[in-house]
Design a protein around this ligand. Structure first.
Ligand code: ADP
Ligand code: MG
Length: 259
């Protein structure tokens, strides 16, 4: 289980006079959250509410100002960066920002598999080859010799997901992974993540601004507004009987996805 205990993070946007830190913006305030083994949990909220900040804290890319992240009871900072990546993977909205444009797609996946092997951690045999990982993520093996820039948006996003998954993490943080894709590509990517979850038991934190999409994919959800969690619980309860007016407002905006 991943546990977030009282996570807070403030950014200082402008430099003030005489080296003061400038204007403060609290991106996350006192966040408590859990992601159980094998679970799909959603984090929903509009743009700017602090979702990506939280995603980066959970994956250890930035430290919180206060509070802690625990994986199976161990504080996140106790893990080396490589071991952390074998526990929690992250996939961002714009894969071209996270994929090295100079490397061939097959090489990107091979490196991730090698890193996992280097840790000496167990790996399902069917995930130890680039061919199998490509096929698991519906990528034609012919694309292995192409660089990310030559792939379509959907293929690139599947490659980014495959790269994180090639470390076989127990948890995947998916930060608005379908937001830059068209409706049918987004729908097939969601089906793919559902399949990965069912087949390998990979837990997922599915981050989206779209409450309807969260309802489709997750069993449990957290709704975030202005850096705080305003409502959480089983999806059927939060979506079916929202208590907070903000959740009702989000519900009225449909996803347009046909899944
Ligand atoms: N590196 C940063 N420096 C300054 N402000 C930031 C930084 N990252 C995020 N913020 C601010 O924190 C708030 C939350 O941002 P973010 O976590 O990206 O929200 P979301 O992913 O929900 O759109 C926003 O007001 C954003 O401008
Ligand atoms: Mg974001």
């Amino acid at each position: 289980m991943i546990e977030l205990k009282n996570i807070s993070k403030t950014f200082y946007t402008e430099k003030g006079p005489f080296f003061s830190r400038g204007k403060a913006k609290e991106a996350c305030g006192n966040i408590n959250m859990t992601i159980g083994a094998g679970e799909i949990v959603s984090l929903v909220g509009e743009s700017g509410c602090g979702k990506t900040t939280l995603a980066r804290i959970i994956s250890g890319l930035i430290p919180p100002d206060s509070g802690g992240v625990f994986i199976e009871g161990t504080a996140l900072e106790k893990y080396s960066p490589l071991r952390r990546a074998s526990k929690v993977g992250i996939v961002f909205q714009n894969p071209h920002e996270s994929l090295n444009p100079m490397l061939k797609s097959g090489f990107i996946i091979k490196e991730a598999v090698k890193n996992r092997m280097r840790l000496g951690e167990k790996m399902p045999p069917e995930l130890s080859s680039v061919e199998n990982i490509f096929s698991e993520f519906s990528l034609d093996i012919k694309l292995a010799s192409s660089r990310p820039g030559c792939l379509s948006g959907g293929q690139r996003q599947r490659l980014a997901a495959a790269r994180s998954f090639a470390m076989f993490p127990s948890y995947l943080v998916l930060d608005e992974v379908t937001s830059s894709l068209d409706v049918s590509t987004a729908a097939s990517l969601i089906k793919l993540f559902k399949k990965i979850n069912a087949r390998y038991g990979t837990a997922m934190l599915f981050i989206t601004h779209d409450l309807v999409l969260a309802e489709i994919i997750s069993e449990r959800m957290y709704v975030m507004k202005d850096g705080e969690i305003v409502e959480s619980g089983d999806t059927w309860e939060v979506f079916g009987r929202p208590k907070h007016p903000y959740v009702r407002q989000l519900k009225s905006v449909g996803s347009g996805l046909d899944i």
